[in-house]
Design a protein around this ligand. Sequence first.
Ligand code: FES
Length: 237
Amino acid sequence: MQSAWYPIALAEGLERGTSVGTRLFGRELVVWRDAAGSSHVWEDRCPHRGMRLSFGFVRDNHIACLYHGWQYDASARCRYIPAHPDLAVPNSIRVATYASLERLGFVWAYGELDRADPEPLQFAERTVTPVRSLYVEATTAKVLDALASTIDRAVDNAASGTQCSRTASLVSLAISGDEILIAVQPLSEQETALHIVIAGPADVHRGASQKRISAWSEALRRKLETSTSQIRPGATS
Ligand code: FES
């Protein structure tokens, strides 16, 4: 995994008080949103005996492990052990974390554990309308190749450009008059997630545009999972 920002979820899909497991280059991550609305991205592994924290419960500003109920606050430190309720839990008991932020309607994580000062994410904030996330059984390189065949404009983690590079994590396409942003998440060597939004406000793009782009993305998934044939803008089958 490179030291770079990667999209890992559609922000709107992560409700307050919920957690979800995901992967990045095969690593297991838990993404959760606390009661105040802040999102967190951690290694999906309880320091006690390794249970996935994504199976746990979010309460207020902490997440509790399903197995023995150890509770971790928003700083990832364990603050309460039910079997030892009077114990002052040592600060050394903590979950490994990924730096994270939300921008353009996506949750992003920096691909390096416990990195305190990651480089800034290059992309500027814009108003967007969420569409959906899509999971594809295809390599990220194959996905980017297919998107490149429809490319109007692509940007990567380093700079804006006119080419869709194999390291790009965000691709911008024009489809039937809408500008869509596709955040590309490498799940594993053979699986890729696409998180899709429309650039612009929801009161303009909600409804027909969302349906049209959702259908387009389904066609993209089918073609990616069968061949590398070109995906024409606006094609829905
Ligand atoms: S494995 Fe998580 S509390 Fe025991």
